[in-house]
Every structure is written in structure tokens, then in C-alpha cells.
Design a protein around this ligand. Sequence first.
Ligand code: SF4
Length: 435
Amino acid sequence: MTAIARDRADPDMRRGACPALSAPMMTGDGLLARVPLTAAIAPEQLADLCRLAMRHGNGMIDISARGNLQIRGLSETSAPRLEAEVRAMDLPLRDGLAVEVPPLAGEDATEIAGPRPLADAIRDRARDLQGLAPKTSVIVDGAGRLRLSGLIADIRLVAAEADGEIRWKILLGGTEASGRVFNVFAETQAIEATVSLLEKLASLGSDARGRDIASALPVNDFTAATVSPFTLHPLSDGTFATGIGPAFGQTHAENLIALCNEATRLDIRTVKPALDHSLLFSGSQATCRTLTAFAADTGFVTSSTDPRGHIAACTGRPACRSGTIATHEIATRAAAECTDLLDGSFKLHVSGCPKGCAHPQATALTLCGMPDHVSLVASAKASGQPFASIAFADTNATLRRLADLVRSERRSGENSAACLARIGPDRLRQAAIPG
Ligand code: SF4
């Protein structure tokens, strides 16, 4: 049964809220429901979900940074109908605790260990656990080609090999780089330890998160090499997956239906929402390449070098009532005008307000909409201390000046993130507000 999660005073600023199919969340353009797929589906099924999004919502679909499919613009009347029709499709939907695995788990020959059995065991053991924070997440990462290293998790298990044995390192809070090391276990002990940690979090109350029980532990301080989803990935059965995504994680259902129809025509087997706002379509190498070309021609992100893929932009104004800036317009201009700044070394965060939905972590540069200006924030979250405040109308021109500064200051071999950090907030302010 659908229960509406809402906060009438400020519908978009609730922290810890988590939209679900049965508990859609109120946003600026109506209710938002998440379709929590746990496995790949057929392109025809994704097209059917898109048709439901047009019938019951406003037709806008998000693919989130964590790889969640979200349907926007629902009403209190249409949300329960959407839920009933989605459940009738008999899709692989998550029930209970979010235990996430990388999108190629079980199909990736480079994985140290397949994470699905561990994830299934943890999900089963935690099924009756009450009192966890709504957004509690566990990541089980087999350390293969596409990793979930950059996503925040309360508890993260990462496969490692030592002396010919598979071990699972358990981290608490943060990303893989910033999480804190709890311990290293063999598989059975790793399941027991994870369940014990979840029980401990539940006993501390529904606000408790992994970071809250980790402060005395050492930081992992390890950054795994990352592969972009926006390329062709070889799979262990000899087929391939290609990563395709809507710009800034959002598109109209009609665009996705056209992509799915082409995938079906090409005999593409499956599609799965994945990290970094991507969809992974699986099939032969030739059909994946043909679909990628079709997607590029129709405006989707298909390459790791597409500057739009290096911008995290939330829904913003006008669709989100908390947003004070038109995030997608600003981001589209930035992608066209600041290509050398957007070198993939950081996510430029364009946030409609300090909540920072599109990129909860710190990043090298954020443009954050405020009630009467835009804050520029360096090396922090959207809600961090700004180094400058500018008028709405100056946003893209200011960003161009910062890009010019980085271009002129960049040292040989230095990427944009390192250059921005070296320049520092004082000189960034001078460039942002000349004279
Ligand atoms: S960060 Fe963006 S999407 Fe989130 S509440 Fe603010 S304006 Fe809305």
C-alpha cells in the first residue's frame, strides 16, 4: 500500500528521506517514486515503465547517481496506481534493506569474488531488523571492473585476495576512500559481522549511520582505480554491456522509449540502471556499438569524455520548489563552454539549493543556488563555506572566468581538481569577482 512521505513545511529539504515505490516522496514537481530494480530487465520492460511514468506522472524519469530509476510528477491519486501496475509487471524489485552490488556483479571476469551470494545472505538475515535509518545502505563490492567506490555506504564489504584466500574488508561510513576500516573477514564471518553491525545501528535509533560507530577507527585511505560506465564492457560470457545515460541523470520517458525500442530492434537482451546515471544495455559487441551510436545521435551521454558526464546537476528550478537556479540550463552551458575545466578529475556540482541532492559529497567546485544569489564553494559540500557570492545572471560568465584561470595556471600534467585546490579560495574569489 502506498504511504506518502511528506513534510508540508519544506517538501524538499528533509534529510534522511528515501523515496520508495510504496512511500513516494514529495518534491517540487509532485511525488517521486523509486523503482528499486535488483537485476537487469528487458528493454521492453523499461519501455513499459516509461509508459507508466507518462500515464501516472509527468513523464520525467531520473536515473540517480546510485543507479536508481525514479518516476517523477506523481499525484496522491496516481502514485498508488503506479505502484500496483509496477508490481503487476513481476520485475526483480528490492524488498527491505538496500544491499547494493556493482552493476556487472556475477558477469565480470575481473571480480575478485562474486558479491551476490554475500549480499543475498545479508539481505535475508536483516529482513526482520527494525529501527534502521531509512537510507541505511550496505554495499558488497567484488572489486571488479565497475566499482561502487565513490558511493557513500553505512557498511561496505570489499573483496580482497590474500595468500590465495578471499577476504572481505568491512568499512564503516563514507566512500571507499573515506570509510573507516572495521576489520577483515572470511565470507561467513563477514556476514555475521555485518548483521551484528546492523543490529548495533538499529539499537542506536533510526538516526544512527555507519559513520556514527566508526570515529575511533582508521580511515581506509585507499582510492580504487575507477572505470567509467560510459564505455563498452566485456562480460564473462563473451557478450558486452554498453553504458548510456541521460544528461544530468534525467530525461523524458519518450526519449527512453525510443532508446528501448531501438535496443529491442537490435536484439539487445537486457538493460539495468547503474551508477553515474547510466543504463547498461547488454548484447553482442556489434549491437552494443550500434545502440551507442543511436543514443549519441539522440542526445544521451555515451562517452566518458562527454563533459556533461562530469557535472552533477540536481533537478533544480523550476521542477524543484527548493531550487533557486535553473541547474540543467547552467550545466548545459557549462558543458559547452568549459570543456577543458571538465576533465573528469572532479564533478562540477550545480545545486539548486544547499541540500546538494545530486552530489552529497565534497567536490572541487560547486555552484549552489541561494534565495538571492549563487554561492561558489570549493573543496566542500554544497552547504559548505562559500569563497564568493555572485548574482544569478553572472553564473555562467563567472564559471568561464574560473575555467580561464585554471587554463592559464595549470601546470604540466596537473588535472583541474588539483589545479583548483592549488589556486585556493582567495585567488578563486578574485577571479570570480574581478575588480
Ligand atoms: S538540491 Fe536540488 S533537487 Fe535537491 S532540494 Fe535542492 S533544488 Fe531540489
